[in-house]
Design a binder for this molecule. Structure first.
Ligand code: NDP
Length: 277
């Protein structure tokens, strides 16, 4: 039977460690404030924003909310970002994605100062990761590295296969695994013989956005399987990109959905906010 990697418990541990670090930094006169901007009222975004504000309160950091109407123009949003970039009290800026269609996501991401880019999406943050320099790292992949480390799973020298090459998950995930000295293969929708490639993996990270697509036929006996996907099924329950029932008996460790990767994303956002103090 596989070990279930408990993202909820590990993220709680990280938040508790951060809480202590915040108290220590505050006693040295340092402070942090996360500005959270939401445009429109997409219900899922409202939940994510609420959870981020709650996490800030838990670790003892101020947060400031900017809830802007759906019809906010791109220029209005850029002006707000400029104001926050210039405000020394604001140490981190986060624009909840997706933004409405009339606003260009890339333009918004690029306007946030790399010094306050706690999501790690700015090209300078991504570039820093690529060449091994210090900078903010995208929260979900950074959280996966923490999950592996807290679970005493070695990455060095391992065959690591990442399915998905998005800018926020797949690509930074691959770079982080490489930084940890894994031997990394990236798969995507044009990959041939996906099953064979996945079967080479000692560590398989699945970020394809297709509910339950990865079953036991993609898994090497004893592999570690990290499921990044989140989907809501017709019955209201959550599931991932991995068919848990079929994969779990074959692997050595696996993240569940919910309670695996998901909680780590917010914990790592807090990690980034604290590191900017
Ligand atoms: P994207 O849709 O941006 O990327 C999906 C990737 O999967 C693409 O690179 C695509 O290839 C690849 N892909 C799609 N279909 C196949 C296939 N049949 N075979 C091989 N590769 C395929 O998704 P994200 O990276 O943003 O997210 C992935 C999943 O993770 C989603 O379910 C999302 O909800 C979840 N997620 C969870 C988070 C969390 O906190 N737990 C945070 C972020 C995302 P190509 O590039 O060729 O199109």
């Amino acid at each position: 039977m596989a070990r279930i990697i408990d993202g909820k418990a590990i993220s709680q541990k990280i938040k508790d460690e951060l809480k202590e670090e915040v108290a220590r930094k505050k006693s040295e006169g340092k402070n942090a404030c996360l500005a959270v901007i939401q445009v429109g009222n997409d219900p899922a975004s409202t939940v994510y924003v609420g959870n981020k504000k709650k996490a800030c309160a838990y670790i003892g950091i101020d947060s400031k909310s900017y809830e802007l109407p759906e019809e906010t123009t791109q220029d209005e949003l850029l002006n707000l970002i400029d104001k926050l970039n210039d405000d020394p009290k604001i140490t981190g800026i986060l624009v909840q994605l997706p933004v409405p269609e009339h606003i260009d996501e890339d333009t918004i991401i690029r306007r946030i100062s790399p010094l306050k880019d706690v999501d790690g999406f700015h090209p300078m943050s991504v570039g820093a990761l690529c060449i091994g320099e210090k900078g903010f790292v995208s929260c979900t992949p950074a959280g996966i590295i923490k999950l592996l480390k807290y679970s005493d799973i070695d990455i060095e020298g391992k065959e690591c296969v990442v399915i998905g090459r998005s800018n926020i998950v797949g690509k930074p995930m691959s770079l982080l695994l490489l930084r940890e000295n894994g031997t990394v293969t990236i798969c995507h929708s044009r990959t041939r013989n996906l099953k064979d490639v996945c079967k080479r993996a000692d560590i398989l990270v699945v970020a394809i956005g297709k509910p339950g697509m990865i079953n036991d036929e993609y898994i090497k006996e004893g592999a570690v399987v990290i499921d990044v996907g989140i989907h809501r099924k017709a019955d209201g329950k959550l599931c991932g990109d991995v068919d848990f029932e079929s994969v779990e008996p074959k692997c050595s460790a696996i993240t569940p959905v919910p309670g695996g990767v998901g909680p780590m994303t917010i914990a790592m956002l807090m990690y980034n906010v604290v590191s900017a103090m």
